[in-house]
Design a protein. Structure first.
Lengths: 149, 149, 149, 149, 149, 149, 149, 149
């Protein structure tokens, strides 16, 4: 059994690397959005031409990024959504809702400060974690039945 | 043609009333989440019993509210999602993602300050508005072909 | 908003009547399996002819009952599954799994003794109740936002 | 043609090993839930933190196990559900209902004592067996057309 | 609960009338193909223009009839398929397969002579009857729980 | 049986009126896009604000019109697509493809000059007509089995 | 591009071998039902135990065969259904209907004598052939664009 | 992550080759319709026999081509639809609608002259390009996050 996992959300800390490194040796395949902030913001106009209006500048980029995002979520068995300490992160919550409607197994990763604000997202999840290490432990358990010692 | 519309998101201003009042006479049916903040927060424990842990207190309520929310979105032709000026509003973005994955027509309603932070949500929408009045005009146009004068 | 509710499970107590009576005045439509035990057990052979082998006697009846059961679950917004104190009740758990896979909102109703044995079923539910009265309160809240006083 | 088979249900006898051993040489891939009883019961709290309330202790574990269970059933061509002599085994019946709603080919494995109680589950199945050996014979026949001699 | 029933198959006896008359007073809605043999055979060319080649003559008609047939099956809760004594009746078996793949409840109606030839069709059905009267009894039981006396 | 029919395509002749008038007395419900050319072209900017770039001017309008179009097609049993003598009419062919992928019954209406260019669209249709009168005859036949005299 | 092809229908001539041999070298994968008539008829009782009643003897076998048949059709891109000169062959027409409802590309293979009786089946097909050689030519064309010389 | 891409539309310029060559080294798999115009037009009659009527000549071919087209679109993550300067190209717009209804990521490729006529198609797309080079840049960005320099 290979688990396909999409890592959605925060792009300003190394939580993805922690999970990917921790999962070394497990039968997993990770995917993720483009996490280079500038590339992600400007990809639309860089390829399809400049837009004087910021709305359409962003619109072109967001749609191009959606090609990757939707493929990643559609192919995934598990979608992990990370909410960090900063920013609105509405795209993360959007991905969580999208994944939930497709029946994906959802794992939400956030600190205790966000507990009340994320209650609807957590309610749709099969697991809620505070640390990337816990997500790795979940993947190991789901694949092998082994618990952390 | 009757349009069924689910009004998701902000509960601290009267945007729903503005849309519902403005749409008087149109062939529309509105639904919405419970907008009484206290009832919404405490419904789970009020009916199923108290929880000492805030996480489970919220969890019970969020799941009970999901019965109404999912029914409303599943039955809707159009999901309007309103982002206000305050709070994280991750449940609004979650609803938008959920609606998008189900192929619902999405209308996003927010002020210009949130434009960049909502670019992924807007990219999944068929219309983006700043004022409830514009949503009413859209509903009238979709139903009758009449534009505002 | 009309809620369609399928009442699955135990047929030896009056829990269905308690819910239906308690929900008087709410915008709900209930459906349920045939709850006449003898009719339910013998319907297949009574209509399609006797079977000397008990397995096929039961098989004919169970399939005929499935016409009603599947219609009820497929049409429902909410499936309430009641586990009583006696019998194996595997059909109730089967209905719960069937409803969960179809994405129906699931409410499980059982006493505290069954908590551990029903943990997988409860984990798929949006609400778990011990008393029919609580299910009525949920329906009222989902429809009107009113909590019990 | 590779057959993917999910082996659901009883974890206290060696029926899975009998099927897997008997199917040696066939083009099959098996998956199953975690069958270490203690790990399965405690996985949630071991990874996500202790819960004083038994309901939430079980809830966390059941949901984490659901990540594996749903992946196994969703990927399977055939779901074999075994009902043993002891315990309520509502999770087995839940899996059978879940698999049936997804249109999976269902094989039910149980002794003659449970025939009447399982009639609704059997009615949804494409085959009912009493011995693991018979399941192996079915797999061989489905793949090769060869009957037992 | 209203049951929608599509009556597919044989058009040379009055089995449909027997069922419709017998079900008088029940909460049922029937639909059926066009049963006027000549109209059904010639509808395509009568409306869209003559065809010198019999294959295309039939093709035009069969496709036009499919508009009605597919609507009837798609809307139905129950599809009753009748196999009479004469003709190939491949369209009846086609409808049965079509209905089965859509998850409709299938009732097959045929005499004992066809038992072996229809075993695959019967295997996909929830009930097999020999007489229209039995189908009426099934509908009454499914709706009301009442068995024939 | 009520047939729901979406009338897609050409907006410069009175083919829709011919069909709607001809079908008077039949159990049909028609829907259609907004056929006021100016309103359809400018609806986006009229409601959501002007765009200096023609592409975005059109984009806003096309998306707003899609709310109506997708609702109409999604609800329809039959989608009639009319190709006239002029213009590219790619939106008509787009609607035909959209309807085909959703499994709708497709009727294509065009003159003989377009036969070769529309062969892929016609190949996905259940009927091809040259005159609105023929579409009316089809609707009458599908509903009543009556052929034109 | 690998094409997966399910070969349904007649088991008394060598049409499957002709297609498989003719397609040597093409990027195709074939599957088919068990074509050993005796094994297919008796598989149910051979594995699950004898039945005195012929109906249940056949029923057990037909359901066991359905595990293979449904897997083959569900996995296929193309379903080829062959109608021979003899027997009722209702299972072939059932498979054709099942495949059509799943949106599979359907190729029907039959002699000119059956043209009228198969008009509904042919109307659901993307191609109708009289000879296995033609099916091979279709597969070659679909994969490579090469026509027979 | 492998991207599967279907290249639909214009067959008279070398845009497919430009994209395929430009994407050398990327993890992509391309598919496309048969682009040999004569073979595509005549495949039906070449394999299944001549037709005196041009409509049926075209019909046979269009349906046979649909076996390849639907497989290509169904398997694709991304559907690129190219509109050239000449011809009606209704099959391209049909493919775009078909792909949109299946939820595929749609990229539309056309020159500025067609902007207004394609506004509904563009509105359903995640990206609109004028040059094949831009499509290659999109594929590279989606796979690797790298922008053109």
């Amino acid at each position: 059994m290979t688990l396909k996992i999409y890592l959605s959300g925060e792009i300003h800390t190394d939580w993805r690397e922690q999970i990917i490194d921790g999962a070394a040796g497990l039968d997993v395949e990770f995917s993720a959005p483009v996490t280079d902030h500038d590339a992600s913001d400007n990809c639309g106009v860089a390829i399809m031409g400049a837009e004087p209006d910021k709305f359409w500048h962003d619109h072109k980029g967001a749609k191009l990024n959606a090609i990757r995002t939707r493929k990643g979520i559609a192919d995934a068995d598990i979608v992990v959504v990370r909410f960090g300490d900063k920013y609105k992160q509405w795209n993360a919550a959007f991905d969580a809702g999208y994944a939930a409607a497709l029946g994906k197994s959802l794992i939400v990763l956030h600190g205790p400060d966000h507990q009340h604000a994320l209650k609807e997202v957590d309610a749709a999840a099969l697991a809620v974690a505070e640390e990337p290490r816990q997500v790795v432990e979940m993947l190991r358990y789901v694949l092998s039945g082994s618990l952390p010692v």
